[in-house]
Design a protein around this ligand. Structure first.
Ligand code: HEC
Length: 185
């Protein structure tokens, strides 16, 4: 009897946990479009105003600030990749594992749009969503970067690894984290 009650309680907790997990994932996912739009909009506007070199400069100056602006307490948002342009975006151990998992799943034929991972890591809720390499990304991350632009990138990012990507390839991921309340129930 006591055992049944315990099992029932445990499964109720599990259900509540699964619910809140889903809610957190949805809450995090909802922050991504505006973040992505602002990054794209900033690059596009700079591209139109002053060409790709200007856009690289705009990206270098604005990307960290845009991430900070879209980090609404308790959430922190950012981007990471296995091959990074800015070393400040390098993945930590958990992010690296998820990026490798995304790469494996993409290799196995899963659509990049479906690659989302959410986990509780050291008391934090963390989630990642894959980023695909689209057509507008190739100018700065593709296999054939204009030499003049490559030179600009070299100056800003002497350790750049984020080149040589093909259309549709996994470029990296959005990475989000927030603290979670530890329930007392
Ligand atoms: C005008 C050049 C340019 C274009 C176009 C561009 N990027 Fe980038 N990208 C950059 C620069 C510069 C950085 C480094 C930003 C920083 O300092 O945080 C960067 C960083 C990134 C990062 C963060 C990880 C890293 O490598 O540091 C991701 C992910 C990324 N870009 C994806 C994309 C995708 C996807 C597209 C197309 C939708 C795209 N980029 C288009 C220049 C560009």
């Amino acid at each position: 009897m006591r055992f049944t009650a315990a099992v029932l309680l445990a499964s109720l907790n599990m259900a509540a946990y699964a619910d809140s997990y889903q809610a957190l994932t949805a809450e995090g996912a909802a922050l991504i479009p505006a973040f992505q739009q602002q990054l794209l909009g900033t690059v596009k506007a700079a591209m139109q105003a002053g060409g790709p070199a200007k856009a690289v400069e705009a990206c270098r100056l604005s990307a960290p600030q845009i991430a900070a602006e879209h980090s609404k307490s308790p959430w922190t948002v950012g981007r990471t990749a296995l091959k990074v342009r800015n070393p400040a975006n390098a993945p930590d151990a958990w992010e690296r594992r998820v990026l490798e998992l995304f790469a494996e799943r993409a290799e196995a034929g899963e659509a990049l749009a479906d690659l989302v991972q959410a986990e509780t890591v050291d008391g934090e809720f963390r989630m990642m969503k894959a980023i695909a390499t689209g057509e507008p990304c190739l100018a700065c991350h593709g296999k054939h970067i204009e030499p003049a632009l490559a030179a600009v990138i070299d100056v800003g990012y002497p350790q750049d690894e984020a080149r040589g990507f093909a259309l549709g390839e996994l470029r990296g991921a959005f990475t989000l984290r927030r603290t979670v309340e530890v329930g007392n129930d």
